[in-house]
Design a protein around this ligand. Structure first.
Ligand code: NAD
Ligand code: NA
Length: 396
């Protein structure tokens, strides 16, 4: 069928299989162009279908030649109804991996559940024996706790006081002021329960308990810091508390892996347009200014450039992994450069509905957003009949 974007707020209800495929092929080609990485050989990616997780999976497979298992939560297609983008991304990735002779299988379901953990462990045991790298890249608005059944909904709110600042509706380009009322104690607890480290620790404990981690195995989860501008709603808000918890969990996991010589890290990544980040107020305006500055400086990166650089120059560079004073890997180094942040802060002051198209990269933001769903991708014929029923070849 002919598939068109149907946008509702922060999401697009449709996805284009050919556009998603082209995005994946572009990412694979990028990774190949950067040369081989002396990296992991058997990789589990939790949150493998979009954003940083997908880019981690592509880098593992096409950079290091790794066998990969991906876990994700995506909507399959139905006659006349498209799948969600991560489904098509995974279909394309697994087809390309298998063509290249690389093992690639996946599991679609709730990674927070015991059932999906068990299913994943059974697959590792049967096919790979052990894994040497576990990437934890979930971004979810809710979590059902596997032991208690309690459903936690995360919040994106400041803590202590109302936060008022500018934001942009990236569809219309309208810059307006937004006020976000402070979180309750419950909002904080809930957000930590969803996006904090508990589930990451549960995964690693289960994998280790079943002897499915190779000696010297590494696990990495992703975090964000960002500038003072977004601090009230991000790093010092509810989501920031969850990231504090995630970062602290890296140390407890590292301790638990000492006897197998394993390691646990958090990598702080750059701000990028993903389904997760588009829903956070204020962030889209920051990203559109940041993109403008980083593109002008020639240091702009997408998810794949970030993850390729993380693997090649940090995780598997063959030397000690450089970390900051809090033990975190910093691949947000170019975003956080003083000159970059000074320029963004100055542009922030000037940004209005009228000035933004000129001083910010609103077009780049929109293009990235459409690309997430496989739309506006160069080289794709959107007038042609597309097969919405594409299947994932390695789906277990
Ligand atoms: P994303 O929305 O693109 O990817 C989320 C992934 O999690 C998808 O594969 C999705 O299928 C999967 N998922 C969600 N709920 C699931 C569930 N219940 N069970 C199984 N899979 C589930 O998000 P992203 O932006 O790539 O974020 C990944 C991580 O990177 C997050 O920790 C995020 O905070 C962090 N991060 C994001 C940014 C950014 O700007 N986007 C920057 C730095 C760090
Ligand atoms: Na991801």
């Amino acid at each position: 069928m002919i598939i068109e974007p149907r946008i509702r707020g922060f999401i697009c209800l449709t996805a284009h299989p050919e556009g998603c495929k082209q995005n994946v092929v572009n990412q694979i080609n990028y990774v190949k162009s950067k040369g081989a990485i002396n990296g992991p050989k058997k990789v589990l990616v939790i949150g493998a279908s979009t954003g940083f997780g997908l880019a981690s999976r592509i880098t593992s497979a096409f950079g290091a030649g790794a066998a990969t298992i991906g876990v994700y939560f995506e909507k399959p297609p139905a006659e006349g109804k498209t799948a969600s983008p991560g489904w098509y991304n995974t279909a394309a990735f697994e087809a390309e991996a298998q063509k290249a002779g690389l093992y690639a299988k996946s599991i679609n379901g709730d990674a927070f559940s015991d059932e999906i953990k068990q299913k994943t462990m059974d697959l590792i045991k049967a096919d790979l024996g052990t894994v040497d790298l576990v990437i934890y890249s979930l971004a979810s608005p809710r979590r059902t706790h596997p032991k208690t059944g309690v459903v936690y909904n995360s919040a994106l709110k400041p803590i202590g006081q109302t936060f008022t600042n500018k934001t942009v509706n990236f569809h219309t380009g309208v810059v307006s002021e937004i006020s976000i009322t402070p979180a309750s104690e419950e909002d904080i607890t809930n957000t930590i329960a969803v996006m904090g480290g508990e589930d990451w620790a549960m995964w690693i404990e289960a994998l280790k308990g079943a002897n499915l981690l190779s000696p010297g195995a590494t696990t990495v989860a992703y975090s964000y810091i960002g500038p003072a501008l977004t601090e009230p709603v991000y790093r010092k808000g509810t989501i920031g508390r969850a990231k504090d918890d995630l970062e602290a969990t890296a140390f407890t996991i590292a301790d638990s892996l000492k006897d197998i010589n394993g390691q646990a890290y958090v990598s702080v990544n750059k701000a990028l347009v993903t389904q997760a980040s588009s829903a956070i107020p204020v962030i889209p305006l920051y990203i559109s200014l940041l993109y403008k500055v980083m593109k002008e400086e020639g240091i702009h990166e997408g998810c794949i450039e970030q993850m390729q650089r993380l693997f090649q120059t940090r995780l598997f560079a063959g030397s000690a992994i450089p970390t900051d004073e809090k033990g975190r890997i910093r691949i947000d180094d170019w975003e956080m450069r003083e000159d970059v942040q000074a320029k963004v802060a100055a542009l922030w002051e000037q940004s209005t509905t009228e000035s933004l198209p000129e001083i910010g990269d609103l077009a780049g933001y929109k293009a990235d957003f459409m690309n997430l769903f496989g739309f506006d991708v160069a080289g794709v014929d959107y007038q042609a009949d597309a097969n919405e029923m594409v299947q994932v070849p390695g789906l277990v």
